[in-house]
Design a protein around this ligand. Structure first.
Ligand code: ADP
Ligand code: MG
Length: 562
């Protein structure tokens, strides 16, 4: 059999230019590699012992140099021998890390990130030339690997103190609208580390230039004088807040985390934690915002949770983790069990993801339910902001989600004069009451004045007020709640009349046929017909519609673009 030959130049070119959508991820990839290299050595320390190294000795260092246009990433991990440089960096899609992971599979506490053997090459998206100097742990010699991309690479001996790897990127010059300078800028580097690598378990350090007022200056009317100094900063937070013991994290810390991460200035209404071990191991930290974001009910709003795999952010808004009706939830999920695609920007259509999404949905629902039961005021606050979304959820997908959502709904009640649930309504229903009555209108006050509801209220029936356009659509979609049908107060038959009464009305209508006909004639096209009704009390007349569509629904339908 013949072997396939890869045209490696073309392959590398493809790699470099088409796998990733954001070239800024090169830093994520190189930091991940550094973290893997340290993990491997640390792991060796644990298993073989007597390396004399402790966890605190390990660090990753980033050194930008604007003048030389270089960005250097240093780690003191396991390093690479000459062969390893050759194999791992000279062969596309060869992952030393994957091998390591497979060899040590049964062992716990390894969180190796690499697996595809392509991340390293992302360095060429921003560099003309990459130099890797490495000395393997325990090795006597160091080697320098050098490449300008597609043309190939060279390896030679070099001087290097201590084990580990130093990678120097020669950053491309700016061209047209491509700004590469930013990758030499301390601020950008900090931002990228925060964004993608905040939870790498080893410190990522950088010397940062700072300015301070000179001692003594600025006092007693003297001019303030400033001096610059360098300080080594650790850029990442290392331990993710969601992996910390919950007892060790204060509410204030969770709130601050939410505000920083999701750009809100208000504390969240609710913090939700969820984690499991087993079929899909994950940690999730979710938040319900206090207020709907300004664009929440627009097309611009994008739902989704941040997705982390082994502490590395791979997706900023993973839509598949949230159903539309819970789109207001913010937060993140961290899981080791995801099958990533090669760019680690996307997931393979994922069974794990489905399982996680299912669990999160249940969790969110149960948290909302317990808020409804235990913290009613808070729930009503929540409902003011996001209730509409729940009602859309009932209406969407042909009512498929009504079981999830129906007990989370609130409507204004004519008798309680406050928001009530359908369950509460049903529990209070009068003996023999067949239907759940509702009335539609623009505001509670207007519905209060409806002639149709007067008689019902008078007889002591509770009416739910529908003031949002979507309300009645949602009810129609549900048809019933707890086996009780919904009935509009404008319906012809409210189920309150006995057969005799109906008979009587019919007789009356016949006797007064002439009067009714004359009324219809006088009103002309404005109405379809004039009939007698028993629904009214003090009002002589009311408007009503025929068939399934109510007046309010008609209004909505007419207002919709054709
Ligand atoms: P992956 O990380 O998916 O394995 P990469 O292309 O990022 O693929 O890296 C290829 C291989 O090169 C890694 O698996 C690892 O064996 C080796 N490697 C890369 N960077 C380093 C480093 N800083 N220290 C030691 N080995 C490294
Ligand atoms: Mg990698």
């Amino acid at each position: 059999m013949k072997q396939f030959k890869a045209e490696s130049k073309r392959l590398l070119d493809l790699m470099i230019n088409s796998i990733y959508t954001h070239r800024e991820i090169f830093l994520r990839e190189l930091i991940s590699n550094a973290s893997d290299a340290i993990d491997k050595l640390y792991y060796q320390t644990l298993s073989v012992g007597d390396t004399g190294l402790s966890r605190d000795d390990f660090a990753i260092e980033i050194i930008p140099d604007k003048e030389a246009r270089t960005l250097t990433i240093v780690d003191n991990g396991c390093g690479m021998t000459k062969e390893e440089l050759e194999n791992n960096l000279g062969t596309i899609a060869k992952s030393g890390s994957l091998n390591f992971k497979q060899e040590n599979e049964q062992k716990e506490d390894i969180e190796i990130i690499g697996q595809f053997g392509v991340g390293f090459y992302s360095a060429f998206m921003v560099s003309d030339k990459v130099v890797v100097e490495s000395r393997s742990y325990g090795g006597d010699e160091a080697y320098r690997w050098m490449s300008k991309g597609v043309e190939g690479y060279t390896i030679e001996s070099c001087e290097k103190e201590g084990h580990g790897t130093t990678i120097t990127l020669f950053i491309k010059p700016n061209a047209d609208d491509n700004n590469y300078d930013e990758f030499l800028d301390a601020y950008t580097i900090k931002r990228l580390v925060k964004k993608y690598s905040d939870y790498i378990r080893y410190p990522i350090k950088m010397d940062v230039e700072k300015s301070r007022m000179k001692e003594g200056s600025g006092e007693d009317g003297k001019e303030p004088e400033y001096e610059t100094y360098t300080e080594t900063e650790t850029l990442n937070s290392m331990v993710p807040i969601w992996r910390k013991n919950r007892k060790e994290v204060t509410d204030e810390e969770y709130n601050q985390f939410y505000k920083d991460k999701f750009f809100d200035f208000q504390d969240p209404l609710k913090v939700i934690y969820s984690s499991t071990e087993g079929t899909a191991t994950y940690n999730a930290l979710l938040f319900i915002p206090a207020k709907a974001p300004y664009d929440f009910y627009t097309k611009e709003y994008e739902k989704g949770l941040q997705l982390y795999s082994n502490g590395v952010m791979i997706m900023e808004k993973c839509k598949d983790l949230l159903p539309d009706y819970f789109s207001f939830v913010k937060g993140l999920v961290d899981s080791q069990d995801l099958s990533l695609n090669i760019s680690r920007e996307m997931l393979q259509h994922d069974r794990q993801l489905k399982i996680i999404a299912g669990r999160l949905e249940k969790k969110i629902k149960s948290e909302l339910e317990s808020m409804l039961l235990g913290e009613r005021d808070k729930y009503e606050e929540f409902y003011k902001n996001f209730g509409l979304q729940l009602k859309y959820g009932i209406y969407a997908d042909y009512g498929m989600h009504k079981d999830v959502l129906q007990d989370l709904l609130l409507f204004y009640s004519s008798s309680e004069k406050k928001m009530v649930t359908l369950k509460e309504y049903v529990e209070r229903m009068k003996e023999g009451q067949k239907y759940i009555y509702y009335a539609c209108g623009e505001t509670v006050d207007r519905i209060d004045l409806l002639p149709q509801s007067e008689a019902l209220k008078d007889k002591g029936f509770e009416i739910l007020y529908m003031t949002d356009n979507v309300d009645e659509f949602a009810l129609r979609m549900m048809v019933k709640y707890d086996d009780k049908e919904f009935k509009s107060v404008s319906a012809d038959d409210l189920g309150l009349e006995s057969d005799e009464e109906k008979e009587e009305t019919k007789k009356l209508a016949e006797e007064n046929k002439e009067l009714l006909d004359q009324m219809k004639e006088a009103l002309g096209d404005k109405v379809k017909g004039v009939v007698l009704s028993r629904k009214l009390k003090s009002h002589p007349v009311c408007l009503s519609t025929e068939g399934a569509i109510s007046m309010e629904m008609e209004k909505v339908l007419n207002a919709m673009p054709a």
